[in-house]
Design a protein. Structure first.
Length: 115
C-alpha cells in the first residue's frame, strides 16, 4: 500500500453464470446486499467515504462459496491512489505471492472463507 496508496474503487467482474440457487454470490453484510454471478456483469464500489477519505466499513464483503459441483470465476480490478511504477519488475516467491522489486509482497493466495 505504501507505493500505490489505498484502494479507491473496487470492481468485481463475473466471468460465468452460477445457476439460480447455486450460491457463489458476493455479499455485503453491513448493507444486507448480495450480487449474484452473471456473465458479463460487475459489482463496483467505493472503498473510502467521499467526504473524509477514510475506509468505508459498510463495503466489507465476502465471496460466497458456490454449491457443490458449481464454479465461480471472476476478476478483481482495483483503482488506487497512485499509479504503479513504470517498468516495475515483479516475481513470485516460493509460495506463489507476487513480490515487487523493493521486496514488498503485493498478493496473498486466496484465503479460505468459513462455511
Amino acid at each position: 500500500m505504501r507505493l500505490r496508496g489505498q484502494r479507491l474503487v473496487s470492481v468485481f467482474c463475473y466471468l460465468c453464470d452460477v445457476p439460480e440457487g447455486g450460491g457463489g454470490g458476493t455479499f455485503f453484510p453491513a448493507l444486507n446486499l448480495r450480487f449474484l454471478p452473471r456473465t458479463g456483469c460487475a459489482a463496483l464500489w467505493w472503498n473510502q467515504t467521499h467526504d473524509t477519505k477514510i475506509m468505508d466499513e459498510r463495503v466489507g464483503h465476502c465471496g460466497e462459496k458456490p454449491t457443490k459441483g458449481k464454479q465461480k470465476w471472476g476478476l478483481n480490478v482495483w483503482l488506487r491512489e497512485r499509479a504503479s511504477k513504470e517498468g516495475a519488475v515483479y516475481r513470485r516467491d516460493p509460495i506463489g505471492r507476487v513480490v515487487t522489486e523493493d521486496g514488498l509482497v503485493r498478493f496473498f493466495p486466496p484465503q479460505k472463507i468459513p462455511a
